[in-house]
Design a protein around this ligand. Structure first.
Ligand code: NAP
Ligand code: G4F
Length: 337
């Protein structure tokens, strides 16, 4: 009988990690997820897997660890011997990275070297996906059709700088040791599992709470920033597709359309029959010392090489997130009583 492929995911409890675990389990993989010890439950996004006795501890396994703990990572990779490694773990909040620059560097930057070293010494045949980011482009002038893999980087936050270190580390390990390592340069991607402190989910949660009389005001920072927002569910498919290719490489994953935070507000509030101008107030606490004003990606290389293309429109994505949060708030789910 053919053996199931094994995947190891760091960041399995996050937005992307949880969608990727769903996707790989559906494909028949054995999935091992790295989980951080926490004083409260941090498995909300994977409870549907974790609590399914058909899958949990049969094809889905959680292992304690941390990207700052190289010996733990090495031990896990030695035990598991995965076929594919997805490095999604990170301190991923750009604004917070200004408050925690050193910690962000340790986790989001040096953490990548720790897992790459663990791979090199115990699982050199594995294929490795590095979660790189459109934050790498940061302050560069954007070409008309969007940033491609050929454009230079100019990160504008400790997060972006840490991701730059990881991007180049991944590339260097590929070239120096001939390992199968790919960088996905993913532009912003959202979903009903997006963390509630990122702007899209902060908005859709607020829409639901305002609509149902649980909240009056939403405090936000810069409304002029533009982002290329896609659907996280589709983006994890692209991660997997990259690792199925014979040759590792770096790929931009994006929708090719960009919208401002203000346009997101208009769409989300408008969909719920609300006027955002009556509810949104400015709070300078949400501004960043250096902002990334404009992001637009050109994913034509991913389409050309492995046929990946964005399918969910901006409107569909916003409406899906608002619908989800309306259901969640009205059913009194955790955090919304
Ligand atoms: P997320 O929801 O913030 O998830 C981050 C994950 O990393 C969580 O599982 C978190 O664990 C884990 N983590 C944090 N610190 C860790 C540490 N020290 N050791 C081990 N794990 C740690 O992020 P996401 O949106 O899913 O993004 C996934 C990856 O893609 C991240 O690397 C992010 O930087 C990158 N990325 C995201 C986007 C986007 O638009 N979403 C775009 C480009 C790149 P806890 O649950 O315990 O906190
Ligand atoms: O939702 P955001 O915090 O996402 P940001 O900074 O674009 O970063 C996300 O996408 C990156 C890919 O480009 C990832 F690498 C990263 O891990 C993360 O997933 O902010 C989006 C925009 C920013 O311009 C921000 O200044 O929204 C603006 N914004 C305005 N008010 C706000 C707020 N952002 C947040 N989080 N909270 C606000 O109240």
């Amino acid at each position: 009988m053919k053996k199931n492929k094994k995947a190891f995911i760091t960041g399995v409890t996050g937005q992307d990690g949880s969608w990727l675990a769903d996707f790989l389990l559906e494909k028949g993989y054995e999935v091992y997820g790295l989980i951080r010890r926490s004083s409260s439950f941090n498995t909300d996004r994977i409870n549907h897997i974790y609590q399914n006795p058909e899958i949990n501890n049969k094809r889905f396994f959680l292992r304690y660890g941390d990207l700052t703990d190289s010996s733990g990572l090495a031990k896990l990779l030695h035990q598991i011997r995965p076929d594919e490694i997805y490095n999604l773990g990170a301190m991923s909040h750009v604004r917070v990275s200004f408050d925690l620059p050193e910690y962000t560097g340790e986790v989001t930057g040096v953490g990548t070297i720790k897992i790459l070293e663990a791979m090199r010494t115990s699982s050199a045949k594995a294929r490795f996906y590095q979660a790189s980011s459109s934050e790498l482009y940061g302050g560069m002038d954007c070409p008309k059709k969007g940033y491609t893999e050929k454009d230079p980087f100019y990160p504008r936050s400790p997060y972006g700088v840490s991701k730059l270190y990881s991007f180049w580390s991944a590339k260097n390990y590929r070239e120096a040791y001939g390992l199968h390592i790919s960088n996905g340069i993913l532009f912003n991607h959202e979903s009903e599992r997006r963390g509630e402190t990122f702007v899209t989910r902060k908005i859709t949660t607020a829409v639901a709470r305002i609509k149902t009389g649980r909240q009056k005001t939403l405090y936000l920072g810069n409304l002029d920033a533009k982002r290329d927002w896609g659907d996280a569910k589709e983006y994890v498919r692209a991660m997997w597709m990259m690792l199925q290719l014979k040759k590792p490489d770096d790929y931009v994953i994006a929708t090719g359309k960009t919208y401002s935070v203000r346009q997101f507000l208009e769409e989300a509030f408008g969909y719920a029959g609300l006027d955002w101008k009556k509810h949104v107030k400015f709070d300078p606490r949400y501004l960043r010392p250096t902002e990334v004003d404009y992001l637009l990606g050109d994913a034509s290389k991913a389409y050309r090489v492995f046929g990946w293309k964005n399918q969910t429109s901006f409107k569909e994505l916003v409406h899906r997130m608002v619908d989800h949060d309306m259901d969640r708030v009205t059913s009194g789910e955790k955090g919304d009583a």
